[in-house]
Design a protein around this ligand. Structure first.
Ligand code: ATP
Length: 144
C-alpha cells in the first residue's frame, strides 16, 4: 500500500467556507493543497496559502496529476453545485483518499455524498445557525 501523508489536507473550493477552512488548517500547521477551478479565486488566495492550484476537481485525471492520491484527507467545500460536489467526492473515492469530508446543503445532497463515498458530511450553514441559536438562548439565561 502506498504511503499517505496523514497530516496533509486537500481542500476543493475556495468560496467563503473553503477559504476559512484552508486558512485555519494552515494556522494549525497542516499542509494544505487548495484547488479551485476559478483562476480569480486561485489568484486571490495564492499569497495567503502555501499551495493553490487551478483545476476542475471533477476530473479524476487532474487530481491524480496533482498527487491528491497521496493525501490523507480531503474536504470538498463546494456548496452551490451538487453535481460538482458529488463528482468530486466520487473522483476522490476512486483515487482512494482515506478520509473524505464533504459539505452538504440539504439532506438529499448529504445522502448522495454518503452513497458515493464521503466518510463525513457537514452542514456549515445549518450547524452555525443552530450554534448561534444556542448562544443567544444561553446569553438570555444570563439575564434571568
Ligand atoms: P461559499 O458559501 O463557501 O462561498 P458557494 O456555495 O457560494 O460557496 P460554490 O459555488 O459552492 O460557492 O463554490 C465554491 C468554490 O468552489 C468556488 O470558488 C468555485 O469556483 C469552486 N468550485 C466549484 N466547482 C468546482 C470544481 N468542479 N472544481 C474546483 N473548484 C470548484
Amino acid at each position: 500500500r502506498r504511503k499517505t501523508d496523514e497530516g496533509s489536507v486537500v481542500v476543493v473550493g475556495l468560496g467563503r467556507f473553503g477559504c476559512h477552512l484552508s486558512g485555519a488548517l494552515t494556522a494549525l500547521n497542516h499542509e494544505v493543497l487548495a484547488i479551485d477551478r476559478n483562476p480569480d479565486q486561485v489568484q486571490r488566495w495564492s499569497a495567503q496559502l502555501d499551495r493553490v492550484v487551478q483545476a476542475d476537481a471533477t476530473e479524476e485525471g487532474a487530481l491524480r496529476q496533482l498527487g491528491v492520491a497521496d493525501f490523507g484527507r480531503a474536504v470538498v467545500a463546494i456548496g452551490a453545485s451538487v453535481e460538482a460536489s458529488v463528482l468530486t467526492v466520487l473522483a476522490l473515492a476512486d483515487l482512494g483518499v482515506p478520509q473524505i469530508w464533504a459539505r452538504a446543503t440539504s439532506t438529499k445532497h448529504a445522502k448522495i455524498l454518503d452513497s458515493v463515498g464521503a466518510h463525513h458530511v457537514v452542514f456549515p450553514e445549518a450547524e452555525t445557525g443552530e450554534r448561534v441559536a444556542h448562544l443567544i438562548v444561553s446569553r438570555m439565561l444570563d439575564f434571568i
